[in-house]
Design a protein around this ligand. Structure first.
Ligand code: BDP
Length: 602
């Protein structure tokens, strides 16, 4: 799905801002025909939870409305007029002037609808009915309880089967855009490199009548460096664009070409769309992760889209600041734990040269998941029914992010119960699907949970990189560094024995740390203890030649559901939620600025 932009042929309008908001006890009687009666307002994009100063809204589970007016001109109506949502968590019905215009389930991916039939010149009304319910058929997974009161009122309680707060609402931008009736539906890009030259391969999907397609490639100075012209040939066109002395997209040294597509009919420009594109290759070979043929070492973080007041809502100031802070620390990468991040963050990562492991919202596929190690339940693949939602999220994620140079690996799930019967049957078709859908054939992984023992796991053999989340010194062997080190080595040795040719990396490790808490004796929760855990783990990581990267948990402290193990959220941040450094930030900066992005392990 194309990102909405304004061009010579496309208009773009912003529907962000203040919307009316209301919770809904009776969605079955929902009537979007009349204007929403309410005195509550919410800013869009943003989660609603932290905007109201009302505990009932903060912890609200159920259905809710958003509504606003927008204007349409005659000119807009003469075009194809599309209403587009960056994301609504988690299930949404969209009405325009009371008429259903779109439906989408899955809270972290975009959807859109053509609304010409529903609007008129002048003032129109867009209404969204949504819910934040998660259960055993959704990704993420939630434990949903439904009770009916004596007077027929349905009340919901949905507990997160994962460790982040279930922020909800219209969390990403809402936009209106126009195209002509002949328009570029999609563009899929890939590249090959031949010596110092490169070829960009473009596959275009086109709707409507056209007779000629021109594709041009511009370098960062605006010079045209390649051009192809193709006569009309159905709804799908393949073209190659040869670039001499191509500049490659490199980690933290990004170079983006602009691929500009023009569709013509009878000499008239019908559509123009520009996609930024970085030329690079990604490959896993001989236990190494190669970017542009060179062995790359991942340094960075698991993150969250989580900031004060915005909740999970798009916060571009935080995004820019976070990437700058990471760069300053010598980091080169992050994982979009545990759901697809905003399109704006992906575009920014392309631009700044951050290397991204792109994760689906498939988190919590583990019956009885808790944030300590004592999980009850061993029947995940019998009790849960997430396959359909999971597959849909993969299709939509790859459709959205396929062209990003920053994306070097797909993470199909985080911490699923990969050691329980049924796991292999569940994952096999998903791994295949990713290969089928991604023309760039990027490596794939499933991020492995510590309680699924290395020798019992049924899925990691399908991955290209063994990504492990490991909490030595925290959930296991707390306070005992010698034992932690021993267990960590034992675990890595088992993986190496099982898969001697696969590279291994950590996608999570760390310790909860309350900023400002200190101790002479380095006890858990103090800044000293966090440093001690990282020191021990770095020593071991450096000892293994096929250990190709370290992404800590977490970049910053973040909100979670309440629980006795959570002190106003998860405190494993290297930074506080306000992005203030803990002692570990200085230690990590020192380590990472010494580690090169390439050839660290030879
Ligand atoms: C892992 C999860 C992550 C949690 C982390 C923790 O992948 O979402 O926040 O542990 O417990 O299980 O801190």
């Amino acid at each position: 799905m194309l990102y909405p932009i304004a061009t010579e042929t496309r208009m773009l309008f912003d529907l962000n801002g203040i919307w009316r908001f209301k919770t809904e006890d009776h969605p079955e009687k929902a009537d979007p025909q009349t204007k929403l009666e309410t005195d509550r307002f919410m800013a869009v994009p943003g989660a609603f939870n932290d905007q109201s100063a009302d505990k009932d809204i903060r912890f609200y589970t159920g259905y809710y409305w958003y509504e606003r007016e927008f204007s349409v001109t005659e000119e807009m109506l003469s075009k194809r007029l599309v209403l587009r949502f960056g994301a609504v968590t988690h299930e949404a019905w969209v009405y325009v002037n009371g008429k259903e215009a779109a439906y989408h389930k899955g809270g972290f991916l975009p959807f859109e609808a053509v609304i010409n039939e529903a609007v008129h010149p002048g003032t129109n009304r867009v209404t969204v009915l949504a819910n934040n319910l998660l259960d055993y058929t959704t990704v993420p997974v939630g434990k949903l309880k439904k009770t009916v009161t004596d007077d027929g009122l349905v009340q919901y309680h949905s507990e997160e089967n994962f460790d982040f707060f279930n922020y909800a609402g219209i969390i990403r931008p809402v936009r209106l855009y126009t195209t002509n009736w002949t328009y570029l539906k999609d563009i899929v890009l890939n590249n090959t490199i031949d010596g110092s030259d490169a070829t960009i391969h473009a596959n275009l999907s086109i709707d409507g009548e056209y007779d000629k397609v021109i594709v041009r490639v511009f370098d960062e100075d605006g010079n045209e460096v390649a051009k192809s012209e193709t006569q009309a040939n159905g709804t799908n066109i393949n073209t190659g664009l040869h670039i001499r002395d191509a500049r490659l997209w490199e980690p933290l040294n990004a170079y983006l070409y602009d691929v500009k597509v023009e569709l013509y009919k009878d000499g008239k420009l019908e559509d123009s769309y520009t996609e930024p594109f970085g030329i690079r290759t990604v490959e896993v070979k001989d236990s190494k992760f190669l970017i542009n043929g060179k062995p790359f070492y991942f340094k960075g973080f698991g993150k969250h889209e989580d900031t004060y007041l915005h909740g999970r809502g798009l916060n571009e100031v935080a995004n820019v600041a976070d990437l700058n802070i990471m760069k300053e620390m010598g980091a080169n990468s992050f994982r979009t734990s545990h759901y697809p991040y905003s399109e704006e963050m992906m575009r920014l990562s392309d631009r700044m040269g951050f290397v991204v492991i792109d994760e689906t919202p498939a988190v919590g596929i583990f019956e009885g998941f808790t944030v300590n190690i004592n999980m009850k339940g061993d029947n995940t693949w019998e009790t849960m029914d997430t396959y359909e939602a999971h597959e849909q999220s993969l299709r939509e994620l790859i459709a959205r992010d396929k062209n990003h140079a920053c994306v070097v690996m797909w993470s199909i799930a985080n911490e699923a119960a990969t050691h329980q019967q049924g796991a292999a049957e569940y994952f096999e078709p998903l791994f295949e699907l990713v290969h089928e859908l991604d023309v760039q054939k990027r490596p794939r992984t499933q991020v492995h949970i510590m309680v699924a023992p290395a020798d019992k796991d049924l899925v990691m053999g399908m991955t290209d990189v063994i990504c492990l989340n490991r909490y030595y010194g925290w959930y296991v062997t707390l306070g005992d560094m010698a034992k932690s080190e021993e267990e960590m080595r034992k675990d890595l040795d088992t993986w190496l024995r099982r898969f001697p040719d696969k590279p291994i990396m950590y996608t999570e490790y760390g310790a909860d740390t309350v900023a400002g808490l200190h101790s002479l004796y380095s006890i858990p929760f103090t800044e000293e203890y966090q440093v001690e855990v990282y020191e021990m783990m770095a020593r071991v990581m450096d000892d293994y030649p096929s250990f190709i990267g370290e992404q800590t948990w977490n970049f910053a402290d973040f909100e979670t559901k309440i629980g006795i193990g959570r002190v106003q959220g998860n405190k494993k941040g290297v930074f506080t939620r306000a992005r203030e450094p803990k002692a570990i930030a200085h230690w990590l900066k020192e380590r990472w600025t010494r580690i090169p992005d390439f050839y660290y392990k030879g």
